[in-house]
Ligand binder design. Structure first.
Ligand code: GTQ
Length: 325
């Protein structure tokens, strides 16, 4: 390209700018796999006292939902844990009610601590226990309450970044605090089979997996499936429970999904890129798209996780790679 040609091109670029046009051949953006967000770790030991403090500082009534949002440090101001997912830690004290509302984003809860709390989804009231995975499909009415005598903590996971991306976020409060209960679930009955996935069932399934099904990266890993549809429990989010046996030394892996992990039991080491994270029970970790990672566990570990894999697979984008060392 001659210099005169390049200055003409420069002039051309300036001339088309007011018309909101730009040359694709000069585009700076890197169209490569990987994410704007970074790996991040929230130690429950640090978060737990802060949840307690928030109880002292703000009433449930004023807070609506008393949640500490886990925001990715490289997405400040977004309130998102990754480009595609939202996650928060919610605490509800005995006697408190989180009033009924509904919204476009799909939501899930993973029960961390305490007994006696329920969530009600379109009038199906479900008691939740630690290790339970519960879903609130988009635009279903939901309120929560704590009828027990202990604080209850769970992790919320939502696909809010999708509704932001599409400009499709609707939200409505129910005129009363509590949506009329039409059914109180017995944990494993038909009304709630697609909404609550109890801890004991997850553990049972994991413990029945033959050694031949142990994955070199993920250990024993199961994906939650809605028994009524045979599909993932939500339209965008896939959820998993995995067990790393004692002494597990995982191979390195990456995939295009963003994953949020919550250690349900035990502890492990997670290496992400060049960083090493020590994950204790109830710790949360986010692993961004295409970051190589591997698990090491001297202890036994059971890990709940959710990711955007479901949406990526539906749209044909998802890829994974087992990396050879
Ligand atoms: O409990 O319904 O963390 O609507 C964020 C949005 C929790 C909830 C969150 C919500 C909820």
């Amino acid at each position: 390209m001659t210099p005169s040609n390049s200055s003409e091109l420069q002039q051309f670029k300036e001339a088309i700018d007011p018309l909101n046009l730009l040359p694709l051949w000069e585009r700076q953006m890197k169209l490569l796999p990987g994410s704007h967000c970074v790996p991040a770790h929230w130690a429950y030991q640090a978060v737990r006292p802060l949840l307690e403090k928030s109880v002292a500082l703000i009433s449930k009534k004023d807070a609506d939902r008393r949640v500490l949002v886990m925001e990715n440090p490289s997405l400040k101001g977004s309130s998102f844990i990754s480009q595609s997912l939202y996650a928060g830690q919610q605490i509800i004290m005995p006697g408190e009610i989180a009033p009924s509302h509904r919204h476009s984003p799909n939501a899930l809860r993973f029960l961390v601590e305490g007994e006696g709390a329920y969530t009600s989804v379109d009038g199906v009231k479900m008691m939740m226990r630690p290790g339970d995975f519960v879903v609130t499909p988009n635009f279903t009415w939901h309120d929560h309450g704590n009828e027990g005598s202990q604080a209850v903590v769970w992790m919320d996971g939502l696909d809010t970044p999708f509704t932001s991306l599409f400009g499709a976020h609707f939200r409505e409060n129910y005129p009363q605090d509590i949506y009329p209960v039409t059914h109180t679930s017995q944990r494993l009955d038909q009304h709630c089979a697609s909404l609550i996935y109890p801890w004991e069932s997850s553990l049972d399934c994991l413990s029945q997996m033959p050694t031949s099904q142990m994955d070199p990266v993920h250990g024993f890993k199961l994906r939650y499936i809605n028994p009524k549809t045979g599909k993932d429990p939500l339209t965008t989010i896939a959820a998993f429970m995995q067990m790393l046996p004692k002494g597990f030394m995982g191979k390195t892996y990456r995939s295009t999904e963003h994953t949020v992990m919550n250690v349900a039991q035990g502890s492990c080491i997670l290496e992400v890129g060049s960083q090493t994270y020590h994950l204790a029970t109830h710790d949360v970790m986010v692993v961004p798209s295409w970051e190589p990672y591997r698990f090491l566990s001297s202890d036994m570990a059971v890990i709940f996780s959710f990711s955007d894999r479901c949406a990526q697979q539906a749209l044909g984008f998802w890829r994974e790679e087992y990396l050879v060392e």
